[in-house]
Ligand binder design. Structure first.
Ligand code: THU
Length: 136
């Protein structure tokens, strides 16, 4: 079983590849899927600002492209050492995670130095709308 810190390490490693020249806020994300594999992504910004993609979106895209469909755990790393902030997934990415994850799935948030706080998906996105609402 992949543990919390292994997932955070994967998110921290991919964060180094972020393309964030506009915000200078680099983010890495890792998802653990039902096959036990880890998929990673970083934020990819664009000179046409609204086209930028979050790290979580790219990690989920990698998982889907590889054929997996269920998220068991998520890790997100961002920020600077000692900044005392949490790089929690943005609202849109909470919904993206929701598409493939049950409410109890853990979302681990870290900084460059390591783990900071863990949440459940349903804590981050209560009373959410998901595939079941459309009978999927
Ligand atoms: N960002 C992410 O990649 N994930 C999040 O959960 C929060 C924000 C990115 C988007 C943008 O490239 C930069 O961080 C600043 O918002």
């Amino acid at each position: 079983m992949v543990d919390r810190d292994t997932l955070l390490d994967a998110a921290r490693a991919v964060r180094a590849h972020a393309h964030a020249p506009y915000s200078r806020f680099m983010v890495g994300a890792a998802v653990l899927s039902e096959s036990g594999r880890i998929f990673t992504g970083c934020n990819v910004e664009n000179a046409a600002y609204p086209l930028g993609l979050c790290a979580e979106a790219n990690a989920i895209g990698a998982m889907i492209a590889a054929g997996d469909r269920i998220i068991r755990a998520v890790a997100v790393v961002g920020g600077e050492p000692g900044d005392g902030r949490l790089c929690t997934p943005c609202g849109g990415c909470r919904q993206r995670i929701r598409e493939f994850a049950a409410g109890g799935v853990p979302v681990h948030v870290g900084g460059p130095e390591g783990w900071r706080k863990s949440f459940s998906l349903c804590g981050l996105l209560p009373d959410s709308f998901g595939p079941e609402n459309l009978n999927f």
